[in-house]
Design a protein around this ligand. Structure first.
Ligand code: KIV
Ligand code: NA
Length: 279
């Protein structure tokens, strides 16, 4: 499969073919996503929670993102890669954002960056794109701003906030983003915003009218213990946790019972050599 570029994504968008995107946070999770034929792989700052066990995304450092971006980039031969700018690395000034973006490209080895925010981030998006770094926007529910939003809440549920979303989407497009994530907004709003734009929207909890979809890999593959809370929009396509559990428990049982390693897992030695050694 040929590497997906910004042109491939534009052509999928023009053909009205949905763009597939999934998160990855390390070599194996990127490897499988790339082999499965995802169009885009996102090194989301959700890795703070799903890979590093942090409480929320505000804790993850740029250096930590860079390590994970590099691991994902090494595994990715065809998908178009995106790295999240973590909270605190782009809000101060467009120059700060460009500096952080350059590090994500040069040291993280991904092809583009994503940042959260609407109209207020337009000068920042312009600054980064004018340096030749593709930017994916992210509006609607922006998890880095959860404290200001009052938690993980659906956005654009009333006329005023839907209008604000549309205004943000147009500003992000005007600033030069190549697309944008729409997170946790009513499907009707996301579909109309998508219609009004001339760049692709990637939905997560934004219904079926977007130009593409993104999910967090550990969520959709079921790589978490039973009973964990999942947002309404997540569909669990697999049960990776149970499969890992089954394998590890079988290994444990066989080691405790001396059933593993069996002769076929063992290096042989000739009887003569051994008896010589035994003496
Ligand atoms: O960090 C992340 O995984 C994301 C996606 C959910 C869009 O930003
Ligand atoms: Na993110």
């Amino acid at each position: 499969r040929k590497p997906v570029t910004i042109n491939t994504l534009q052509s999928l968008y023009r053909k009205n073919e949905p763009i597939t995107m999934i998160t990855a946070h390390d070599f194996p999770s990127a490897h499988v996503a790339d082999h499965a034929g995802m169009d885009m792989i996102l090194v989301g700052d959700s890795l703070a929670m799903v890979a590093l066990g942090m409480e929320d995304t505000s804790e993850v450092l740029l250096e930590e993102m860079l390590l994970h971006c590099r691991s994902v980039a090494r595994a990715t031969k065809s998908a178009f890669t995106v790295g999240d700018l973590p909270m605190g690395t782009y809000e101060i000034a467009p120059e700060q954002a460009l500096e952080s973006s350059i590090r994500v490209i040069k040291e993280g080895r991904v092809k583009s960056i994503k940042l959260e925010g609407g109209k207020e981030m337009a000068p920042t998006i312009s600054k980064i794109t004018s340096a030749g770094i593709p930017v994916l926007g992210h509006i609607g529910l922006t998890p880095q701003r959860q404290n200001a939003l009052g938690g993980f809440r659906v956005q654009g549920k009333n006329t005023a906030s839907a209008l604000k979303l549309l205004e943000d989407a147009l500003a992000v497009q005007e600033a030069g983003a190549f697309g944008m994530v729409l997170e946790a907004i009513p499907a009707e709003v996301a579909a109309l915003v998508t219609k009004k734009l001339s760049i692709p929207t990637i939905g997560i909890g934004a219904g079926n009218g977007c130009s593409g979809q993104v999910l967090v890999q550990v969520d959709m593959s079921g790589n978490f213990p039973p009973g964990r809370f999942l947002p309404k929009f997540v569909k669990q396509y697999g049960d990776v946790w149970s499969e890992s559990m089954r394998a590890i428990q079988a290994y444990k049982t066989e080691v405790k019972g001396r059933a593993y390693p069996a002769p076929e897992h063992t290096y042989p030695m000739s009887k003569e050599e051994f008896s010589e050694f035994e003496r």
